[in-house]
Design a protein around this ligand. Structure first.
Ligand SMILES: *[C@@H]1O[C@H](CO)[C@@H](O)[C@H](O)[C@H]1NC(C)=O
Ligand SMILES: *[C@@H]1O[C@H](CO)[C@@H](O)[C@H](O)[C@H]1NC(C)=O
Ligand SMILES: *[C@@H]1O[C@H](CO)[C@@H](O)[C@H](O)[C@H]1NC(C)=O
Length: 500
């Protein structure tokens, strides 16, 4: 689910326009949930089902059957059937009925099966039909979706189940795998425009949680630019008006026929090559024709402050509507001292929205967060913790909880208490109406008034663009407190080793 809001500032041609428009079909304030562990299964979230499927648990997830890759390699003949069972039961109409706002889908590149090199890569088949099925159900419920490229070709994260394969040597950051990810992007863009099942898809996120040290992600800045160009070039060929790029004169959605007749800065050699590679895949998927939407998708990246060590700025890549995503998990350490007071003081004075806005990364939403903490906690504190996080993230474009649910079983123990949105609502930590709070004044005792700090207003209810100019917090400081799951994974069997 997700929710939404963009009453904030929307970067258009580098001019900040205050306004209350929903960006590209996103709601004005995002209240969302992640559909995690559906199309990219993370076994820590459903430990019993995973064992029942034939999977294994181990503290170093690269050493046993803990990911989709390892599973498909171990069970080549039955993997598709077994995963079909998982896909249909983990997220179905019962879940849709329980949710209210918008959602996000986490996707692996292998959902476009033609991109998988079956001699060295192993993943289940059949995910795309499940995605279509789920999107249609969400559509009926009036929920829009962001498609998030969560698991990239070559693997983009170190030993994380969310990347589809646990490996200490991620190989995504190479020309060949960037190219495959761009083909994925063109195919998903086309599906979003021409396949009726995708009518409620409003945004595509390029890469979930790239490695945080930018020195280990060479070429990522160029990839960001190519990602946006591929989305816009694809849209142009599908007949979507693309400001600044002339009048679209689409013939019939046949990229091969049209490419020789287009020029302009979108159509670089790499973009042309991507479009040529995408077209035969689209033909096989039956996804050919012109856009039914006629409006641009929102391109979406993790924010610049996700990375450190001179990261590229995704704002430099934007052409048309674009949004930014930050993830925040206190439970992995490095954000605040491990006690309730420190947590509340930290979250109630969070400056990430303002610090990102200074760098053009606005609107920003918090695409992953949850209730997990590093200490034993009371129900009362979890209510405050939920309220305070919602207030903080609501200063930006809104939030998307990780996860819509996790398994409830003896083996999973109390995992659902802090990781499941639906369970959090049942227990009253999260209000039924996501825009409401148990206590809207929960932050009042914790707000530090800006005298010593040069930073922007910590007000949790307003976001004033003028405040961004006074923030002096350097990017590296922001990043160092960004406890991503990727950075600090625990190896205990009961504490999730991955995050979203
Ligand atoms: C959804 O799957 C669950 C099992 O996870 C099952 O209990 C429920 O009946 C299913 N709902 C529908 C509508 O198929
Ligand atoms: C697309 O255009 C090319 C070049 O004109 C042509 O050879 C090809 O048959 C067309 N494909 C389809 C599916 O129309
Ligand atoms: C939380 O409580 C359990 C059971 O009372 C105890 O075993 C555990 O050590 C406590 N954990 C922390 C972090 O205090």
């Amino acid at each position: 689910m997700r929710a939404t809001f963009f009453s904030q500032i929307i970067p258009l041609a580098s001019v900040f326009l205050p306004g209350v428009l929903g960006l590209g079909g996103l709601p004005n304030k995002i209240y969302g949930v992640n559909l995690g562990s559906w199309l990219v299964l993370e076994s820590w979230m459903l430990p019993q089902e995973w064992l029942d499927m034939g999977g294994q648990q181990c503290s170093d997830c690269s050493t046993c059957i803990a990911t989709e890759f390892a599973f498909a390699q171990a069970y080549p003949d039955t993997v598709d059937k077994i995963f079909e069972g998982h896909w249909s039961s983990w997220f179905n109409q019962t879940d849709v009925d329980a949710l209210v706002a918008a959602r996000i889908n986490t996707l692996g590149y292998w959902i476009i099966e033609a991109l998988v090199d079956r001699t060295t890569e192993f993943y289940p088949r059949g995910g795309l039909d499940q995605l279509r099925r789920g999107l249609k159900q969400l559509q009926k419920a009036g929920i829009v979706a962001i498609l998030d490229h969560h698991a990239l070709p070559g693997v983009a994260a170190v030993n994380q189940q969310f990347s589809g394969k646990c490996t200490s040597t991620p190989a995504f950051y190479t020309d060949a795998n960037y190219h495959r990810a761009l083909i994925w992007t063109s195919v998903m863009t086309t599906l979003s425009h021409v396949d009726p099942a995708f009518a409620n898809t409003v945004a595509i996120e390029a890469v979930n949680e790239p490695i945080m040290d930018a020195s280990q992600t060479p070429g990522y800045g160029d990839f960001q630019k190519n990602f946006v160009k591929v989305v816009r070039a694809t849209e142009f060929l599908l007949g979507v008006p693309t400001p600044g790029f002339g009048i679209p004169a689409p013939a019939n959605g046949n990229f091969t026929a049209m490419l020789p007749n287009v020029d302009g800065s979108l159509f670089t050699d790499e973009v042309r090559s991507v479009l040529k590679d995408a077209f035969p895949i689209l033909l096989r998927l039956g996804a050919v024709g012109l856009s039914k939407k006629k409006t641009q998708l929102v391109t979406n990246f993790m924010d610049i402050n996700w990375q450190w060590n001179s990261p590229s700025n995704p704002a430099d890549a934007s052409i048309g509507p674009q949004g930014y995503d930050n993830h925040l998990y206190y439970v992995f350490g490095g954000v605040a001292d491990a006690n309730p007071d420190a947590y509340m003081t930290s979250i109630c004075n969070l400056n990430r929205v303002q610090n990102d806005a200074v760098l053009g990364n606005s609107p920003l939403w918090f695409g992953e967060w949850g209730l997990p903490v590093q200490f034993n906690t009371t129900d009362d504190f979890l209510k405050q913790w939920a309220d305070a996080q919602k207030l903080a993230y609501g200063q930006g474009a809104g939030w998307i909880f990780w996860n819509f649910k996790v398994e409830i079983s003896d083996l999973a123990g109390d995992l659902a208490r802090e990781w499941s949105y639906l369970e959090g609502v049942r227990r009253g930590y999260l209000t039924k109406d996501p825009s409401k709070y148990n206590d809207p004044n929960v932050c009042a005792p914790y707000i530090i008034h800006p005298s010593a700090s040069a930073s922007a207003s910590a007000s949790v209810t307003t976001f004033d663009t003028s405040s961004t100019s006074v923030s002096t917090t350097p990017a590296s400081v922001i990043v160092s407190d960004s406890a991503s799951t990727a950075a600090s994974d625990s190896t205990s069997a009961t504490v999730p080793t991955a995050s979203a």
